[in-house]
Design a protein around this ligand. Sequence first.
Ligand code: ADP
Ligand code: MG
Length: 354
Amino acid sequence: MLTLSKVTKTYNGEPALDGIDLSLPEDSYVSLLGPSGSGKTTLLRVIAGFETPDAGTIRFGGKVINAVSPHGRGIGFVFQNFALFPHLSVEENIAFGLLNRKHEAVTDRKVVDARVRDMIALVGLTGLEGRATTQISGGQKQRVALARTLVTEPKMVLLDEPLGALDANLRSRMRSELRAIRERCGVTFLHVTGSEAEALAMGDTVLVLDAKKIAQQGYADTIYNRPNSPAVARFLNCYNLFGGRLSDGVFSSAAGPLPVGKFSLPSAQSAYAIRYDRIAIRPREAVAGADEVRIEGTFVASEYTGAAVNSFFQLDDGKVFEVEQHLSHSAPEAYQPQSRYSLVWKKEDALVYG
Ligand code: ADP
Ligand code: MG
């Protein structure tokens, strides 16, 4: 429904987008993940029409829209800092876009009121219609910003780090809220975030932006289980990565030789990756089975994150190695600081790039 081919954008000779190819499905929640400065906002602004690409084609609903004005595209934009009008009430903020837009402004007050009322109900703001936007919470501001966009009935909505300004508690609640609101209105949301957890939790599909290009696009579980390059695996922040060289079924790394299973993924950069939650911590003297890989590390510390505990080990080359254990079944074990442990995983669970 939205397709970009070979879209580039340069600022003062520096590329911000360098050949973006992507294709977004209809009626879907899509996350766009990338570190700060990777071009996420620029990409959204190009899609919305606030920036003109230097080259490439943007197609939306079967038509090339490169030359169509932002208002004529039918694409809504929810800005990073909400950008509400402080002197207008909740209701007036939401009505503003309908009353004042350049294309097809709606001036029949009855129609406007009915649509604003529907939107207020949709995003869960009933009862706050007359409240000043300076007197509502961060989560409520987020809902006003969303309602103000949705009331214009866009065919697609772009959200620039929509949860970035909220505190952690509210952020996780708004995640499911946003997904539910999107399902009710049936349009595609393209949600930009720098948080891998947010991208994987929210997106039906996830796009990963790296080095001004789309590094990977796929279902969230595919990206999580099979990142297609060491760079994507590194972004996801749930893999231990080793540099080194692959030959004859063994990956030679600074941590020693690591036997390799069936999987190896073609990549320009060689790396060996094992997910934090695929590793067992055993006593130092434990012996690895035939299908296992074993290294040794010195326990440093553990960190609790609600449903899981993350333990950090130092390997002999100084590298920090992370293990994640879920706490659903058993109480966490206590490890001795400065003691040596075996860190063991299944050969088949590793991803080997080379
Ligand atoms: P992100 O949203 O992922 O943090 P941006 O899209 O804001 O990244 O920025 C991508 C790159 O383009 C950065 O290097 C940034 O400095 C540059 N950039 C963005 N907007 C402008 C602009 N209006 N003028 C010059 N450089 C810009
Ligand atoms: Mg940005």
